[in-house]
Design a protein around this ligand. Structure first.
Ligand SMILES: Nc1nc2c(ncn2[C@@H]2O[C@H](COP(=O)(O)OP(=O)(O)OP(=O)(O)O)[C@@H](O)[C@H]2O)c(=O)[nH]1
Ligand SMILES: [Mg+2]
Length: 199
């Protein structure tokens, strides 16, 4: 059992003073660490819709770079973070497999912004996420999971993804709470900067 379940904070009900829910989505290709990110930063035991991957997925799901993967998200992950007495951040992790991408547009509804997780071995899987976010005009930051050591530099990744200079691009390890929190803070700062620019 997840050790956080025995932590009273994990089961704490939403504060009575909470008035505003802010929705953030986490997108990216298959197995880039979306469920891990929601799990590492959520203050509640995250709702996840993981299913065991079976032989039926062979030839449908591209497991070439994620051979140790045993489960996959089939709907979405859900987590929560209390920012202060009034503001609550709700995190929605999208399913990564192409056959579930049709769910993404619904997940984007009402979202303030997004985190795109990127695996440097499969950069092309992030193009779809960036394309959809740009289509929706939704602000986003890009966080790079380095599964196999170093890989390309952030500048090279920015070039490969054709990211505009004002889109934040950072390294992260989705399994680590502090690293996940830094990604969220980067997004919140980006959203604040954009709102200050609005007339
Ligand atoms: N090295 C490394 N491994 C990670 C990182 N994040 C996740 N993993 C591992 O990668 C595997 C896949 O992680 P998930 O969080 O299930 O990925 P996902 O994006 O939710 O996968 P789908 O929902 O199936 O698309 C797990 O075994 C994680 O432990 C990371 O930042 N670095
Ligand atoms: Mg997942």
């Amino acid at each position: 059992m997840d050790s956080r379940v025995s932590d009273p904070a994990v089961r704490a009900p939403l504060s009575d003073t909470a008035t505003t829910g802010l929705k953030i989505v986490i997108v990216g290709g298959f197995g880039v660490g979306k469920t891990s990110l929601v799990g590492s930063v959520s203050e509640i035991h995250p709702l996840s819709t993981e299913e065991i991957m079976t032989q039926a997925g062979v030839g449908v799901d591209d497991v070439g770079q994620v051979r140790d993967k045993r489960t996959t998200t089939v709907a979405f992950d859900f987590g929560r973070i209390t920012l202060n007495a009034e503001n609550i951040l709700y995190l929605f992790g999208a399913p990564g497999q192409e056959r579930f991408w049709f769910l993404w547009d619904q997940l984007f509804a009402g979202s303030l912004g997004a985190i795109v997780l990127v695996d440097t071995r499969r950069l092309e899987e992030s193009w779809y996420a960036i394309d959809r976010l740009e289509h929706h005009g939704m602000p986003f930051v890009v966080a790079v999971n380095r599964f196999e050591g170093q890989g390309p530099s952030l500048d090279q990744i920015r070039d490969a993804l054709s990211l505009p200079p004002d889109v934040p691009l950072i390294d992260c390890d989705a399994r680590l709470r502090e690293s996940g929190k830094f990604v969220l803070i980067t997004l919140v700062r980006h959203l604040t900067r954009l709102s200050e620019r609005m007339p």
